[in-house]
Write a protein that binds this ligand. Structure first.
Ligand SMILES: O=P(O)(O)OC[C@H]1O[C@H](O)[C@H](O)[C@@H](O)[C@@H]1O
Length: 636
């Protein structure tokens, strides 16, 4: 039996508790990883899973307690023929719980109390295999060639392990794998519609390994074909297939090899070039249309670090002061999330400190974005929607703008009365919003932009690709065009576009939890309970002369009154009723909060502490409702 000797880094990313198997994964790196071998085997008395990889010091970290610094250099002797004589059945997993709307999300790294790992490598393998099976079924008319799937990931610490597992699952189903490494979610969709055989494109399907802005211990998957992101129904089917694959597999120590159907290509370069070309085209064909502009990017240590060097620099912009471009799955600086106040404050500070013209912030996987102008004014949430609406409506007068449900009344007024467009306020959820934009066009109602307050957004001209980077491309084109027209360099052209947007003085978002362990729930489903709360609130609101129910509304209860509005709705995923309130003053917001409070206070399963926080004076606030006042920091 010939033994192979390897040297590299050994680290643990799994629970220290329980009789979990030991897996060692060895990857030989030769040149550009032209040859990759994957071995796995089990050991009953080990209490951690391991990962060994050569020359890859950055991503393999230790237990979450010491994640930043734990690296053990090890010499391991490993034989491909090792096997156990007693194969153990793998631990049971509730695959349904991994569904998050049209995404898959789970806990991939152990160590956070109350959050056991449910997205193990074995689970990931089964899910990837199930996606491959789904894809084969869908493309069965085209059986002449081996189908291929691209795989990319964001900067999470579990990314490399999951990527290997995903590649294994796909090859087991007999499909080819194209690995992109660190990538953005929109680039993955782009790979399904790009004609570049030297890059193995178009691929038939694509998997992005990401959990967006969620904490470091989570991870998940998004799936694409050339028709866009998979929907909820497809994800449910894939998870059901994956559960079957998973239970019929054993952790038997058999050698698995990725074989030769795995390729690696620098696809992000190709995608970045498409953004560069879009700006050049939009700016009248100039090679360096951003010459003279100083633009700062804050990637929050996610996957967006490519943007300054590969998009802005070729266009001629200065990127000095751009920050947090290095991928770091512990997100040491701030959460990469354009809705997050700390993230927005960070990019704002960088813009002001450096005297830049514009700041751009991305979420972890770059399907969401926001901006700040040279004065530090934030252009996110309603502001970003207003800005993109102004740009799109100038190109397509009268078009419909589809948004999510938590957009402001001020935005409607701006789109309809100032820009002459139509605001179609739909449901929360980027896929809901984008699909609605596509549907409207199919029934003859023109729509060119579908965008959420979260910073997700898609344009018809860009194949409805949900792409934060492309939203920023639209802003860059506007700035470049203004410069070319002799209107000067800077972001004033953007600021001016939304000067008539009337933003509410107070904007509050709360998430009222439905306690699933409460005896009053009586074993019922939280969604049914939430619906009861909403029904009751609706009845109360209808009988209150100060209030007016929104005439058209697609989810929850949306009501105007006291110069502002509220929306209470069921979360898309969680046992939570998110409550949004906007008002012209804190007093008005309090009055609105009182309405909701009085209506829902007898629903004991609902945690209404947060509303209490709005009702009381700050001096009377109990400690546990204090966080509300951070939310109220939106008072302008
Ligand atoms: O309904 P919520 O819990 O507020 O979540 C709603 C959000 O869920 C996910 O994060 C989706 O990616 C977003 O598009 C959506 O807006």
């Amino acid at each position: 039996m010939a033994a192979s000797l390897w040297q590299g880094y050994l680290s643990s990313t799994s629970s220290l508790a329980g009789p979990s198997s030991l897996k060692r994964r060895l990857e030989a790196e030769e040149g550009h990883r032209s040859q990759a071998f994957l071995y796995s085997f089990a050991s009953r008395n080990s209490h951690y899973t391991g990962c060994l990889r050569m020359l890859s010091p950055s991503s393999f970290l230790a237990t979450p307690m010491q994640l930043r610094s734990f690296h053990i250099s090890a010499r391991l002797t490993c034989s491909a023929t090792i096997s156990t004589s007693n194969p153990s059945r793998i631990e049971s997993v509730d695959f349904k719980k991994l569904q998050n709307g049209s995404d898959i999300r789970g806990v991939a790294v152990a160590g956070v109390e109350g959050e056991p790992v449910n997205l193990t490598e074995k689970v990931a393998e089964a899910i990837a295999e199930a996606f491959a099976v789904w894809l084969v079924e869908r493309k069965k008319g085209d059986s002449s060639k081996q189908l291929r799937i691209s795989v990319g990931h964001d900067s999470r610490i579990s990314a490399d392990n999951l990527q290997e597992a995903v590649a294994l699952g796909i090859t087991r189903a007999g499909l080819a794998v194209v690995l992109y490494g660190l990538a953005s979610t929109p680039a993955m969709f782009y790979s399904t519609v790009t004609d570049r055989e030297d890059m193995f494109c178009p691929v038939d399907g694509s998997i992005m390994i990401t959990a967006s802005h969620l904490p470091y211990n989570r991870n998940g998957f998004k799936f694409f074909t050339d028709s866009g992101g998979l929907g909820k129904g497809d994800i449910s089917n894939i998870l059901a297939t994956a559960a079957d694959i998973y239970v019929s597999s054993t952790d038997d120590g058999q050698v698995s090899s990725l074989g030769g159907s795995v390729k690696r290509v620098p696809f992000m370069d190709e995608y970045a070039l498409s953004l560069v070309e879009a700006v050049r085209k939009g700016a009248g064909g100039l090679e360096r249309p951003l010459e003279g502009f100083h633009i700062i990017v804050d990637a929050g240590n996610g996957a967006g670090g490519f943007f300054p060097g590969k998009v802005l620099v070729p266009l001629g912009a200065s990127i000095a002061g751009s920050q947090f471009l290095e991928p770091d799955g512990m997100f040491p600086n701030h959460i990469p999330n354009p809705e997050d106040k700390v993230a927005m404050a960070a990019v704002k500070k960088a813009v002001l400190d450096n005297g830049a013209d514009l700041g751009i912030v991305f979420d972890t996987d770059v399907d969401r974005a926001a901006a700040v102008d040279s004065k530090g004014n934030e252009m996110n949430r309603n502001g970003l929607i207003a800005l993109l609406s102004a740009i799109v409506l100038a190109e397509h007068p009268g078009t419909t703008i589809v948004t999510d449900s938590v957009t402001s009344d001020g935005l409607t007024e701006f789109i309809e009365n100032k820009l002459g467009g139509k605001h179609h306020r739909f449901k929360r959820g980027y896929k809901n919003v984008i699909d609605e934009g596509i549907r409207l066009n199919s029934v003859g109602q023109k729509c060119h932009l579908a965008i959420e307050t979260s910073g997700h957004g898609a344009l018809k001209e860009n194949r409805w690709l949900d792409d934060g980077a492309y939203l920023m491309v639209k802003l860059l084109i506007k700035m470049a065009a203004a410069k070319a027209a002799g209107e000067g360099v800077g972001s004033k052209v953007l600021t001016d576009l939304i000067k008539d947007l009337d933003e509410a003085k107070v904007s509050i978002e709360m998430r009222l939890k439905i306690d699933q362990n409460h005896t009053d729930l009586g074993g019922g489903h939280f969604k049914d309970y939430g619906e009861k709360v909403l029904k009751h609130l609706e009845t109360v609101a209808e009988s209150d002369p100060h209030l007016k129910k929104a005439p058209v509304n697609y989810e929850g209860v949306r009501v105007s009154g006291y110069g502002g509005w509220f929306l209470l709705r069921l979360s898309l995923h969680d046992p939570v009723l998110p409550l949004n309130i906007e008002g012209p003053s804190f007093e008005a917001a309090q009055k609105i909060a009182n309405v909701v409070f009085s209506a829902v206070k007898d629903f004991k399963v609902l945690d209404i502490k947060e509303i209490l926080g709005v009702r009381l004076d700050s001096c009377e606030l109990p400690i546990d409702v204090m966080p509300l006042y951070e939310k109220v920091a939106n008072i302008t």
